[in-house]
Write a protein that binds this ligand. Sequence first.
Ligand SMILES: Cc1ncc(COP(=O)(O)O)c(C=O)c1O
Length: 409
Amino acid sequence: MERLYNDFFGCFGGKYVAEILRTPLDELKHEWLEAMKSKDFKGELDILLTEFAGRPTPLMYAENATKAAGGAKIYIKLEGLANTGAHKINNVLGQALLAKRMGKSRIIAETGAGQHGFATAAVCAKLGLECRVYMGEIDIKRQRPNVFWMELFGAEVEPVRGGAGTLKDAVNEALRDWSSSFETTHYLLGSALGPSPYPDMVREFQSVVGREVECEIKRRDLKVEALIACVGGGSNAIGFFYPFLNKKAPRLIGVEAGGTGNDPGEHASRMSGEGRPGIVHGYKSLFLLDDDGQVGSTHSISAGLDYPGIGPQLAYLGQTKRIEFTKISDSEALDAVQLFSKKEGIIFALESAHAGAEAIKFAESLSPEKSIIVNMSGRGDKDLFILAGILDKNRWYSFLEEEVKGNAG
Ligand SMILES: Cc1ncc(COP(=O)(O)O)c(C=O)c1O
């Protein structure tokens, strides 16, 4: 599994697309593999990762959260401190540089929580590329701050009204755009999914997270029992886990959205046994499907974890049991945001808080000489309206009403 390009992971992966998209996907694979051999490309990417994204991100010992859990030491990889607030920037920088190298002047992207769109818009501003981001209208409502930032960077945010108005619908629209625009346009896909070569390419650009963690483990001589990451499409998890996949330890734990219950439409938990093999968005993997085999509805408090499918490499590694999967409910994720805010002074994004909640539970079950590392894939600034609307409802809504009245007057 150490090869750069795999295409298939067991029976998952592949490139199941309309004929028209085979040409740009073949071109992308060729250009990406060439770029990965180029010292200039890698050098330029390293400079941007350092100077623009702010890498390496810190690995922080969470002493107070450790005491609160009362077990293993909890370390947090602070991806949320990267420019634009999440791990998404790592993949965006890689793909945007590649697009420039391929002579493309326009970038399109899909976004759910808005973090991938935010990072794409920022990098396009930096590299002088035209940018259009497709975003479901439900996600536009719940992640409004990120829409504002994307537009400030000069991107066009295109609302997607079809379907459920969430991430899967945004992917459909982006693929539709790309079928007629690929001569000038690169589709900058934001997770480790989609038709080949995206799962391999996105993992590769995200593996910087795991490589930095591996160095820190060695430098500090940590005895790490487990790495824990949330899983939407799977890009932060696979990037974080990647250097450890061929080792027996540490345990690798992926955390899915348990939402509000176990019935269809109440969660987005694909690896808990609910996911069934299917082909959606150009790749084969495990998906939440209804009785007719159509893509089923999902729910999560976090816009980044309600995607109905999972990246093919993670689906495979779940089946082979190298990665264990678990789920965390909406309310447990909310509790984790509050715990890490009060104890550690850091605000987990709601997506990452699923991993944070699992880390607390898991640490409790271990002895103090052991360590675990949780990936805080993003920070929670974008969730202000959701969090304040739940945790401080009356004061927050009267503040908003007064603001609106004041501005209308
Ligand atoms: C902060 C954050 N974490 C995690 C995710 C889930 O994506 P992935 O599973 O590709 O890391 C998202 C998606 O938007 C996100 O914004």
